[in-house]
Write a protein that binds this ligand. Structure first.
Ligand code: TMP
Length: 254
């Protein structure tokens, strides 16, 4: 692990000071808080896979003009990212009823939504990430109206693009969560995509079987969850067909 100064440690990632001014290093851990009991569990190789998957998706998004915090992947578990001021609002986009939407409104999981639904959650672990409205966001100054507009249009663009990208590899993008940050470029302030996009932050179901290929699989077992993350990477063409990732992040043919 890195000897750099640690700035922040979350459930699944550690942030270190960067190697260049205005940058940070994002380290992906194997820890997951999404096992059956809600306790921290370890999905072997998850950090390595999420690093690769998130790099792949953010790079594809940058190619179509969606600005992101990613500078480049440094190694198996680390990315160099731009230092941004994180907006304390998590944006969730839903295409199919699942998770908390199914629970809250008593709807059946798997029902296609008549149109994509965007929800906002206040980024606070202490408060359990409560759902909020646009009114809360602007009234409390968490984001300016123009910033919120940018976040909404970027989230819908990301949804369109990633839905197509995943559909092409036989995966339904059920829902996902995004975080955004403010990036100063000279005098100009830009809103960019931050955090990660991976099976930790998306619900991904097999197009034909509805098999869960995301963190919901952790409800079954950690090894099944690891298989699901590997399957997503394989389908995206990041892992060769027969490769597995071992606990140290080395990939080798099985
Ligand atoms: P939810 O159905 O539990 O509200 O989750 C919606 C989406 O947001 C799902 O794809 C998982 C993602 N998500 C996160 O990435 N982090 C979180 O802390 C939560 C609650 C959800």
């Amino acid at each position: 692990m890195s000897r750099r100064r640690r700035i922040y440690e979350g459930k699944a990632k550690v942030i270190y000071e960067g190697t260049e001014p205005g940058t940070l290093v994002q380290y992906f851990k194997d820890d997951s808080s999404h096992d059956a009991s809600g306790d921290i569990a370890t999905i072997t190789g998850k950090g390595v896979l999420n690093n690769r998957i998130s790099e792949h998706l953010m790079t594809r998004l940058a190619e179509i003009g969606v600005p992101t915090h990613l500078v480049r992947r440094l190694n198996m578990r680390e990315q160099l990212i731009r230092e941004v001021e994180i907006i304390p609002v998590q944006v969730v986009v839903r295409n199919i009823v699942a998770g908390s939407l199914a629970k809250r409104l008593g709807m059946e999981e798997g029902t296609a939504l008549p149109r994509s639904i965007v929800e906002y959650y206040y980024k606070s672990d202490e408060l359990g990430g409560p759902m909020i409205s646009e009114e809360h966001i602007t009234a409390f100054g968490w984001a300016m109206p123009q910033e919120l507009d940018d976040m909404l249009s970027m989230a819908l663009r990301v949804n369109d693009f990633l839905s197509g990208l995943f559909y092409g590899v036989g995966i339904r993008l059920v829902d996902f969560q995004l975080e955004f940050g403010r990036l100063w470029q000279g005098e100009e302030l830009r809103i960019v995509l931050a955090d990660e996009i991976s099976p930790d932050s998306c619900r991904l179901w097999d197009l034909e079987t509805d098999e869960r290929l995301d963190r919901d699989r952790a409800r079954l077992s950690m090894s099944e969850a690891a298989e699901a993350y590997q399957e997503v990477a394989r389908r995206l063409g990041i892992l060769p067909q027969s490769d597995v990732v071992d606990m140290h992040g080395r990939s080798h043919a099985s």
